[in-house]
Design a protein around this ligand. Structure first.
Ligand code: ASP
Length: 460
């Protein structure tokens, strides 16, 4: 036993509030603690993954680039399977949660909760995009980098920009958001359509008698419980998954890529930190002090950081919102799945910085109109796109094209995008959790509190 071990042990004991235990048992207790505390295991997995990736990647140089990429691919395998395993239950969970969240109440409740939720998402997404643009205007990260030179040396292919729909195509676009065949919708994987279909079914269920509604609600409660049971098992592998995912990323991203875009990376991270603080302040306003929020939310936040996917973290966010943050179950069932699909404050902020950064790199003056266009497009795109890794940069390509900045400029920031994706996903998931707190707190008068809660029971 070293002094450090003893210190660590004391810290942990203080944290536990158990009083001092004999030092001899320190190591065993630490192992026990690690076994119990998922967030701590995930943190250790992250640290080891980063260290391993740095050692084998361009920074440490233990392996040649091709060998590092081979090893990176293999160590990331458990992480990729982990994400797939959680995604396996996401659609049944979203459907069951949203329908139960709505059908357990009344149309009046739904209206109030719906308006608060959508209002929260819109206001924060717009604020986030404005923070991003504001910081980029103040810091001017694009003036410290040579765009032409970077494009010439970039070897990575850029994501393709989709064409922006014109006014004439807009009605068709709106029609395409709505689900047609219910069964086809549920297997399509299109989250927005799935959420809309679940909302339609939930609303229809409110209008039928409770005897007719009960069997379906019971079935959905069982579906939800099964999905959460799968998540609880899969989560045991989170530390291993996180180790591999982070090892692969760090093995790929060289310090060079980070250094050449350091000011841009720092601007995005500063913006996300401001947004994060704003979310914490809002949670405090809704009655959850920042430290309490962070302690309760550490598992979904660490997983968001490691997986870069708010969709993959959704089951954990839902369980945390109800089981640890004390949000109302009916609200959380509606807000968290919906937020995972349409609320991406972190992504909007990142797009604001990135669009301005690249405009500065290429000397394109986008003006106030361009900035407003970026805010509108980032907000609109957040609604239609799924919370999956790398989606933000694909949408960015479209935003760039519409403000006259060469989409090929994305090559400059592609190398560091995964790191920023990890950070913005944390902000996105935080936004969903805080929205659930906020709506629970301020729409409670309209919520029936008697309903049972299988999510709470299944809290991992
Ligand atoms: N990865 C982000 C999320 O899942 C989306 C993005 O910004 O790419 O929330």
């Amino acid at each position: 036993m070293t002094v450090n071990d003893a210190d660590t042990n004391n810290d942990i004991e203080a944290d536990n509030g158990n009083g001092t235990k004999p030092i001899m048992r320190g190591r065993r207790r630490l192992l026990g603690l690690l076994r119990q505390r998922l967030w701590l295991q995930v943190l250790v997995g992250m640290a080891l993954g980063i260290a391993f990736g740095l050692a084998i990647g361009p920074t440490g140089g233990l392996l040649s680039p091709s060998a590092a990429s081979l090893v990176g691919n293999w160590v990331a395998l458990p992480g990729k399977l982990f994400i797939l395993a959680i995604q396996f239950v996401v659609i049944p969970l979203v459907v069951a949660s949203v329908i139960r969240g709505i059908a357990g109440g009344s149309t009046g409740q739904l209206g109030v909760i719906g308006i608060w939720t959508i209002g929260f998402f819109l206001v924060f997404t717009v604020i986030a995009a404005i923070i991003g643009i504001g910081l980029a205007v103040l810091i001017k990260p694009g003036t410290v980098i040579d765009g032409a030179n970077n494009i010439a040396t970039a070897t990575t292919p850029t994501p393709e920009a989709a064409t922006l729909p014109g006014l004439a195509e807009f009605p068709d676009l709106l029609v395409s958001i709505f689900p047609r065949d219910p069964l086809a919708t549920f297997v399509s994987g299109n989250m927005l359509q799935i959420v809309i279909a679940a909302v339609i079914i939930g609303v229809a269920m409110i209008s039928i008698s409770s005897e007719q509604r009960r069997p379906l609600l019971d079935l959905l409660a069982s579906v939800q419980a099964v999905a959460m049971a799968v998540v609880a098992v899969v989560l045991r592998f989170a530390p291993l998954a996180v180790f591999g995912l982070l090892a692969q990323i760090t093995a790929q991203v060289g310090v060079d890529a980070l250094l050449s875009t350091a000011v841009y990376v720092a601007t995005v991270i500063l913006g996300l930190a401001i947004l994060f603080a704003l979310y914490l302040a809002t949670a405090a306003w809704a009655g959850t002090p920042p430290m309490k929020f962070l302690r309760a939310a550490r598992e979904p936040l660490l997983l968001a950081f490691s997986t870069s996917s708010s969709a993959a973290v959704m089951p954990v966010s839902l369980a945390t919102s109800v089981g640890k943050l004390g949000a109302h179950a009916a609200v959380a069932r509606f807000v968290i799945p919906l937020g995972t699909t349409i609320n991406m404050g972190g992504t909007a902020l990142y797009q604001g910085v990135a669009a301005l950064f690249l405009a500065q790199v290429f000397g394109v003056e986008i003006g106030l109109t361009g900035m407003i266009l970026v805010v509108v497009m980032a907000t609109g795109a957040a609604i239609g796109s799924p919370g999956t890794p790398g989606i933000g940069i694909i949408i960015l390509a479209t935003i760039l094209t519409s403000i006259g900045v060469p989409a090929a400029g994305i090559a400059i920031i592609l190398g560091v995008d995964r790191i920023l994706d990890m950070c913005r996903t944390v902000a996105n998931v935080t936004g969903d959790l805080v929205a659930s707190q906020f709506v629970s707190r301020y729409a409670t008068d309209h919520i029936d509190t008697a309903e049972s809660d299988s999510v709470k029971e299944a809290t991992p």
